[in-house]
Design a protein around this ligand. Structure first.
Ligand code: ACO
Length: 322
């Protein structure tokens, strides 16, 4: 049976850091409020002129190096982003050119914070369909560009960054022992558009700013995420105790704690990077993967559960044997 195996991870964070203390000089907030409500301590912010494609290219270069796969072998690039450089062409094709790749195909995936999980599932399906063998999956965002820097309820929550993985066609015997993506589950429900959205776009004639009903998003996030995790466990016959590492979308420490408790995941198995990165939307899961691989927590053979929820609403999970 064909399996999509993760061969390597990479990441990139812009140099500039805005701490909560500095944030308190920009909007009426405090380190205490941000820490208590979200767990966020700082966020990275892209420099002027530094684009989503620049962040994504840097992460992709590192993922290629760490995977031992040459850029010329890549036949598909998927970039999960809600903050593309331009309306078109796709940021994925910009990154393709920056990597010097002249073959294969590349496209963007727009599922906001769920984008990376959507992209992993999509890459897995292209590999299983025999249409790609080596896939670069990137989550890259510059949310600082769509924040309303006068709105303290949203400005404090987000940051910029990029993470990437290389997925490669492999073989397995169809059991949970196989390396690669074991199962993925995606959902969306557009009735919740107004809970989390950007208030303009190309068709409306402007870039727009992120708007959110935080409490409502929080309430739905815990329920939806738990549903997507249950599906992953049901599909594989695994239990919460079988998960070595839970790598969720990093929106808010309280959402992560509530989800882990609801599912019965071991608290020490939850990879948490929200304090350092804040919410980087589609980049948050690969950034967290990168941290946990580099510090030696995630090792080959481990069972890793990815999960995300974001605007739309969109949500989903992917279970991967590393
Ligand atoms: N600093 C200080 N005070 C603030 C700030 C701030 N940055 N933001 C809001 N407040 C104030 C509000 O004005 C309000 O004051 P009031 O009581 O005088 O009216 C008070 O704090 C409480 O505001 P709430 O919105 O009720 O605060 P809540 O406890 O719900 O926390 C938060 C807000 C952190 C946004 C929370 O709802 C949340 O985390 N929601 C999830 C949203 C999320 O993470 N979205 C990310 C994208 S979606 C995703 O990735 C899953």
């Amino acid at each position: 049976m064909i399996r999509s195996v993760v061969k390597g991870v990479g990441a990139y964070l812009p140099e500039r850091i805005i701490t909560n203390a500095e944030m308190a000089t920009l909007v009426d907030t405090s380190d205490d409020w941000i820490t208590a409500r979200t767990g966020i301590k700082q966020r990275h912010i892209a420099a002027e002129g530094e684009l989503t494609s620049d962040l994504g290219t840097a992460a992709a270069r590192e993922a290629l190096k760490n995977s031992g796969v040459h850029a010329d072998e890549i036949d598909l690039i998927i970039v999960a982003t809600a903050t593309p450089d331009d309306t078109f062409p796709a940021t994925a094709t910009v990154i393709q050119a920056q990597l010097g790749i002249e073959r294969g195909f590349a496209f963007d995936m727009q599922a906001v914070c769920s984008g990376f999980v959507y992209a992993v599932a999509t890459a897995d399906n292209f590999i299983k369909a025999g249409q790609a063998e080596n896939v670069l999956v990137i989550g890259a965002e510059t949310f600082s560009r769509i924040l309303d820097w006068e709105d303290r309820t949203t400005a404090v929550l987000f940051g910029d960054g990029a993470g990437a993985i290389v997925m490669q066609k492999g073989e397995g015997d169809g059991t949970n022992k196989d390396r690669g993506v074991l199962t993925s589950h995606l959902h969306s429900d557009g009735r919740y558009r107004d809970k989390l959205y950007v208030d303009s776009g190309p068709s409306r004639g402007a870039v727009g700013h992120l708007r959110m009903e935080g409490k409502e998003v929080f309430r739905h996030a815990v329920v939806n995420i738990a549903e997507a995790i249950d599906e992953a466990l049901d599909a594989t016959g695994l239990e919460a105790k079988d998960i070595d590492w839970f790598v969720p979308h990093q929106a808010n420490k309280r959402i992560l704690d509530a989800t882990a408790k609801r599912i019965g995941l071991k608290p020490e198995s939850v990879v948490v990077t929200v304090a350092q990165h804040a919410n980087t939307s589609a980049a948050s899961v690969p950034l967290a993967l990168d941290v946990a691989v580099k510090d030696g927590r995630i090792k080959q053979g481990d069972m890793v559960l990815l999960e995300a929820m974001g605007g739309g609403f969109t949500w989903g999970s992917a279970l991967v044997r590393w």
